[in-house]
Design a binder for this molecule. Structure first.
Ligand SMILES: [Fe+2]
Ligand SMILES: [Fe+2]
Length: 285
């Protein structure tokens, strides 16, 4: 919605916008970025391991479109201004990875090989709350961070490694944006939406475990330990979620934080209706 003078005053978002708008690069700045002499098995392994990141870049770029419409409608123009740089970032990552696939003459994994991952991205974009998409962005960016770090180490003295470092810098701004939004908005979600987000995170941790198993051979072919990579990622997801305020499935549950409750009192009318709570009351009360 167009306004005579929109409010563009969120300092954190403006700082991220200024940083993002000043930075400009594309894969063309790295004309020789395709790694040379990569063995066919390693090329295939890279293509497979890159698939979740490739999906993440697309989800981020396509979802930003909807997020811009949402924030514009809600008069949060600082978000709209920031997201304009976010879209360019994701577009250049998407283009660079596409070029990498072309150069390696390999394809990403098929949908049937990572069905959970595709469902997750669909759920993240179809969520009724913009918080679902932003949370998904945070998680995608965390995976991207770990993947591109591995790439930066693997091709440390090569243009691909240098480009991976540029992507990591972009992704860290996205992570800062997601954290900024979630910290402010998680407390405003309804209980149902909050629990939905918790379930999404739990599902995601399960998907991460499955991915670690199915991509184990490919990671090994590149000299990367899949359990280590995915463990670090899962730990990051849990820690960041906790920091954002996603601490338990039921946020009203007296099992979370504070001194131990008086079970005999709570069993009557206090507490909440979550499963963990009723189980504990039955045991303790
Ligand atoms: Fe990205
Ligand atoms: Fe990102």
């Amino acid at each position: 919605m167009i306004r005579i003078k929109p409010d563009i005053s969120d300092r954190k978002l403006l700082r991220l916008f200024h940083l993002g708008a000043r930075i400009s690069w594309t894969s063309e700045d790295y004309p020789e970025f395709l790694p040379s002499g990569v063995e066919p098995r390693a090329a295939l392994a890279l293509a497979h391991l890159m698939t979740p990141v490739y999906l993440g870049e697309q989800s981020a770029m396509l979802g930003a479109n909807r997020a811009i419409a949402y924030f514009s409608e809600h008069r949060d123009m600082s978000y709209v201004v920031y997201l304009s740089t976010f879209m360019v970032d994701e577009a250049r990552h998407l283009e660079a990875i596409t070029r990498l696939y072309d150069g390696l003459q390999t394809d990403p994994l098929a949908i049937r090989d990572l069905p959970d991952m595709l469902r997750y991205h669909h759920r993240m974009r179809a969520g009724q709350e913009i918080a679902t998409w932003v949370f998904g962005i945070m998680v995608s960016d965390l995976f991207a961070k770990h993947f591109y770090r591995a790439l930066a180490v693997l091709y440390k003295d090569a243009p691909l490694g240098h480009m991976a470092v540029r992507v990591i810098q972009d992704e860290s701004r996205h992570q800062a944006f997601a954290e900024h939004y979630l910290r402010a908005n998680l407390p405003t979600l309804s209980d149902d939406r909050y629990t939905e987000l918790w379930d999404l995170k739990e599902d995601l941790l399960r998907i991460i475990g499955n991915m670690a198993r199915s991509l184990g051979d490919d990671a090994r072919a590149l000299g990367i330990s899949a359990p280590e990579l995915f463990d670090r990622f899962a730990t990051d997801v849990s820690e960041h979620s906790r920091r954002m305020g996603l601490k338990a499935r039921c946020r009203r549950c007296p099992l979370e934080g504070g001194p131990p409750p008086d079970w005999s009192q709570l069993a009557g009318e206090g507490g909440c209706a979550c499963e963990a709570f009723s189980r504990t009351v039955a045991r303790e009360g």
